[in-house]
Design a protein around this ligand. Structure first.
Ligand SMILES: Nc1ncnc2c1ncn2[C@@H]1O[C@H](COP(=O)(O)OP(=O)(O)OP(=O)(O)O)[C@@H](O)[C@H]1O
Ligand SMILES: [Mg+2]
Length: 334
């Protein structure tokens, strides 16, 4: 498999990332916490899937599960498949996974300091990733690292190479993290709230940059966000998570204009917008999410749903597909 960013993306029909029935449970004194509970989705090259959901709905655990970045058994129990260009990451050894991670699939976390090593210069960290996965010699790797820093619009890249993370501003650090993530031209990038810690202007610049790089390289992007403006501006499709499951998934327009689940509708009202046009107070979704160590038999949202039917309490809702691109799990949809 080629590892350069200029390689031709796979044909549109084949998903770059195909996730099937992914489950991640944590052992806890309260029992097994089902943080990700049977998640399936597919993503093509060049496509962006937004993931939204209340705090604690499992977005970050899903992201880490895709990357294989979780504590191992017995604390964590996993099942399901994460097919990356047809290869199942979920079944790989840690050694095999470390070859794929960074090269074929990469991740950007919310806080750049969690992914940067504070004692190494920025340049050294990029060079390390490049040399771990590629055949570049030290000199070429350094040149490539400078190119990467320039590509993410870091001014005076040559000078920044020799600086440590604490010498950079928050926005510059996040750019450096993105440069590291993109160093080997991954097919898939997972970004977990990549701009939440930054101010609005820098946020917009970084998102624009991600989008431009994504379009240029045909990368598939999974973007976790709690900001409606970010989701509307960046995503092709949106998956809505609740209690460890994707409960609705649709093209971005449909999720905004015609959500089928009341949870999605309420979530949209509770999410902040990027633009300053709306000064309306944010809606709070009443009630609490279910206990993930002891989920209810029916729909997990039923106790909080104004349209719940007796069936909703008893039976987990079946998934309905609408025109082949919109799915939802609800017994009494909007
Ligand atoms: N290591 C762990 N051990 C036990 N439970 C965990 C662990 N990590 C996460 N959880 C639980 O898994 C659930 C999902 O957490 P997760 O961090 O994925 O939520 P999230 O959707 O990313 O929320 P937020 O929007 O606040 O970032 C939560 O109930 C959390 O308490
Ligand atoms: Mg999270």
């Amino acid at each position: 498999m080629s590892t350069t960013m200029d390689a031709v993306p796979p044909p549109a029909a084949a998903p770059a990332l195909d996730v099937r029935e992914l489950r991640t449970c944590f052992a806890s004194p309260r029992g097994l916490v089902r943080a990700v509970d049977g998640v399936s989705f597919a993503l093509r090259a060049g496509e962006t899937l937004g993931i939204v959901g209340e705090s604690g709905s499992g977005k970050s655990v899903l992201a880490r599960s895709l990357m294989g970045l979780l504590p191992r058994a017995p604390y964590t129990q996993r099942s399901g498949q994460v097919l990356l260009n047809g290869r199942d990451l979920a079944g790989m050894s840690e050694k095999a996974l470390s070859r794929v991670r960074g090269r074929d699939i990469a991740m950007v976390f919310q806080d750049p300091m969690t992914s940067l090593n504070p004692v190494l210069t920025i340049g050294r960290q990029i060079v390390q990733v490049l040399r771990q996965h590629g055949e570049l010699d030290a000199r070429d790797a350094r040149d490539r690292a400078i190119e990467l820093l320039e590509q993410v619009n870091i001014p005076a890249a040559r000078k920044r190479m020799d600086e440590h993370p604490h010498q950079l501003s928050g926005g510059m650090r996040q750019r450096a993290v993105i440069a590291i993530a993109l160093a080997c031209g991954p097919r898939v990038l997972i970004a977990d709230e990549p701009t939440t810690a930054l101010d609005v202007t820098v946020q917009a610049q970084i998102l624009q940059l991600l989008r431009a790089l994504q379009q240029k390289h045909g990368m598939a992007l999974v973007l976790i966000s709690h900001n409606l403006g970010v989701v509307a501006g960046m995503c092709d499709r949106v998956a809505v998570m609740y209690a460890g499951r994707i409960v609705e998934e649709a093209p971005v327009r449909a999720v905004f204009a015609a959500p089928r689940m009341r949870y999605t509708e309420a979530l949209m009202k509770s999410m902040p917008r990027l633009d300053a046009a709306s000064h309306a107070p944010l809606h709070v979704i009443g009630g609490r999410p279910p206990n993930l160590a002891d989920p209810p038999p029916g729909c997990g949202f039923a106790p909080r749903c104004r349209a719940a039917l007796p069936q909703c309490q008893r039976e987990a809702p079946a998934v309905t597909w609408q025109s082949g691109e919109h799915r939802f799990a609800c017994w009494n949809p909007l």
